[in-house]
Design a protein around this ligand. Structure first.
Ligand SMILES: *[C@@H]1O[C@H](CO)[C@@H](O)[C@H](O)[C@H]1NC(C)=O
Ligand SMILES: *[C@@H]1O[C@H](CO)[C@@H](O)[C@H](O)[C@H]1NC(C)=O
Ligand SMILES: *[C@@H]1O[C@H](CO)[C@@H](O)[C@H](O)[C@H]1NC(C)=O
Ligand SMILES: *[C@@H]1O[C@H](CO)[C@@H](O)[C@H](O)[C@H]1NC(C)=O
Ligand SMILES: *[C@@H]1O[C@H](CO)[C@@H](O)[C@H](O)[C@H]1NC(C)=O
Ligand SMILES: *[C@@H]1O[C@H](CO)[C@@H](O)[C@H](O)[C@H]1NC(C)=O
Length: 344
């Protein structure tokens, strides 16, 4: 379109002014060509998504004054030096920062896992940022939120500010992750965000937790306050008194649905830098957390959480209609969920 416009102007000019001196004519034609070239150049820039502003920004990013020579080449895309708008990183301005996202499902231990990560002086995981619907109402809102968070401008109780070396959030798969997966994967790859998948092996135990948590949202068993996580064995015991009844008819399809979503998420994000964790494995072996620290490139530390597990002991004591559930799962692919924490 731009070309047509320019050629048309040039032709019509030549047509209308055939008798002017040839030098002036040539100068004017030259002038038009220059103007047209600049115009086409700008149109091209816009089409390829560049703008003067982002060009300037790129230049700023390129001249990283803090780049340390001991970073391996593969790591370069994952290393950042954010400049928060609201404060200065002070003495830690040259500490590299890694971006991460904990991708999980409700009641999979991600709250507990996040408190563990936040016990590290150099990790800031800012909670379930996308539980607020407006922040995930479309891709541009999601990107705006992530940009702010990764630039260390998201101030939550977890943010360590200056000396953060790994910044991230907890993000449930049903909070836009699956819906906008293409754009999010693209964002993760261009911005160098690493994904930490956290799943639960025993999906039946997870289901009990989902039902009990949903019940407590209305019942508010702890002095009229709904709590999803507790910090004392006493509170845990009160919450665990409620025994949900599980719909045995829809049980298998519900379990399958969760499995399918897990598989799909892993497929979508397989091209990003990621690690996969299971809640039960971390409970059994805290040294798994060292792997997470290595993955995030923060120094290894022992990590502590004050949270207390709500549902303990055999499943038969936690489900109201245990016989029905047992009957529904016996002889199926899911039978092992009835026993221990593990699915074979
Ligand atoms: C980590 O947990 C321990 C034990 O609860 C506590 O003393 C320490 O202050 C915590 N560190 C951070 C950074 O939260
Ligand atoms: C995205 O959602 C926000 C908030 O709901 C709205 O203000 C904005 O116009 C939307 N943008 C697009 C591109 O749809
Ligand atoms: C971790 O934080 C401490 C201050 O709390 C800081 O001295 C140290 O340099 C930070 N480490 C990294 C790897 O950023
Ligand atoms: C409810 O509140 C009372 C008084 O504040 C306290 O003694 C009790 O432990 C609380 N119960 C629970 C379950 O939090
Ligand atoms: C159990 O699930 C089945 C199939 O989804 C449904 O038709 C039925 O109404 C459910 N029963 C209860 C008590 O919710
Ligand atoms: C605990 O996990 C670490 C690393 O993930 C592994 O090397 C170790 O063998 C595990 N220990 C046990 C007792 O399973």
């Amino acid at each position: 379109m731009a070309d047509d416009l320019c050629f048309f102007s040039k032709d019509s000019f030549i047509f209308k002014a055939p008798k002017k001196s040839s030098l002036v004519l040539r100068m004017l034609v030259l002038g038009f060509v220059v103007v047209c070239s600049v115009y086409i150049y700008e149109v091209c820039l816009k089409q390829f998504g560049f703008s003067g502003k982002s060009e300037l920004f790129d230049v700023e990013v390129v001249e990283k004054p803090c780049m340390k020579p001991n970073i391996e080449l593969w790591e370069v895309p994952y290393v950042h030096y954010p400049k928060p708008k609201t404060y200065s990183r002070a003495e830690c301005v040259c500490n590299p920062v890694r971006y991460f996202a904990i991708l999980s499902m409700q009641r999979s231990g991600s709250g507990w896992f996040e408190t563990l990560l936040n016990n590290h002086t150099n990790i800031s995981s800012n909670g379930e940022v996308f539980s607020v619907k407006v922040r995930r109402s479309n891709v541009s809102m999601i990107i705006e939120t992530l940009d702010k968070l990764y630039n260390l401008d998201w101030l939550s109780s977890a943010s360590k500010k200056e000396c953060t070396a790994a910044v991230g959030l907890k993000w449930m798969l049903n909070q836009g992750v699956m819906q906008y997966h293409e754009d999010i994967v693209q964002y993760f790859k261009t911005k160098g965000v690493s994904a930490i998948f956290l799943f639960r092996r025993n999906l039946l135990r997870r289901m009990i937790s989902v039902l009990a948590n949903s019940y407590d949202r209305d019942a508010k068993l702890l002095n009229g306050t709904h709590k999803s996580h507790v910090h004392s064995p006493h509170e845990a015991e009160i919450l665990a008194r409620y025994k949900p009844s599980i719909n045995a008819t829809s049980l298998i399809s519900s379990l399958r649905q969760v499995e399918d979503m897990t598989a799909k998420a892993l497929e979508y994000f397989k091209s990003t830098r990621h690690m996969i964790l299971y809640y039960e494995d971390i409970v059994k072996n805290h040294t798994e957390l060292f792997d997470v620290e290595d993955f995030l490139r923060v120094p290894q530390r022992d990590l502590y959480s004050r949270q207390v597990k709500i549902h303990k002991g055999p499943l038969s004591s936690q489900i109201d209609n245990w016989e029905e559930v047992e009957k529904a799962l016996k002889g199926t692919h899911y039978e092992s969920l009835l026993h221990g924490d593990y699915k074979k």
